[in-house]
Design a protein around this ligand. Structure first.
Ligand code: CU
Length: 140
């Protein structure tokens, strides 16, 4: 099932936790509430493999593309990725959970995770997913 996507007007008021936290490993899961997760892209790899959050967490993905080529970050359930795997959407409008990144660009996308489960983030530009540009958001 798809995560319920909620577009939010994200403010910089002190709601965002340490942007380097991912809730992975020994860290407790992030949330609930609004959290920020920094995701770097370098040599067509995401710097983050797994993000763990509690249900009811709104994740603000701050994505920095260090590469000299374009990338994207699309996050959601299987239905979201099925729609993108054909690559028919070359550039993403401001849809929650989807951001396109030109070379050297930084972008932000925000998605609410209201249901427990395993969601994925990926870059669906041709060949990038197969190269390994994907990760998981685990919602407990
Ligand atoms: Cu890519």
């Amino acid at each position: 099932m798809v995560a319920v996507a909620v577009a939010l007007a994200v403010t910089t008021a002190g709601l965002v936790v340490d942007a380097r936290a991912t809730g992975d490993g020994a860290d407790p899961p992030l949330g609930p509430g609004l959290v920020a997760v920094d995701v770097g892209i370098h040599h067509s790899r995401f710097s983050v493999e797994r993000v763990r959050v509690r249900r009811g967490t709104v994740v603000r993905f701050v994505v920095t593309n260090d590469d000299p080529i374009a990338h994207e970050l699309v996050v959601g359930g299987d239905d979201v990725h099925d729609r993108h795997v054909s690559g028919s959407e070359a550039v993403h409008p401001p849809v929650p959970g989807e951001v396109s990144l030109a070379a050297g660009d930084t972008g932000v996308t925000t998605l609410a995770f209201d249901q427990p489960g395993s969601y994925r983030f990926a870059c669906h530009l041709p060949g990038h997913l197969a190269y390994g540009m994907h990760g998981e958001v685990a919602v407990s």
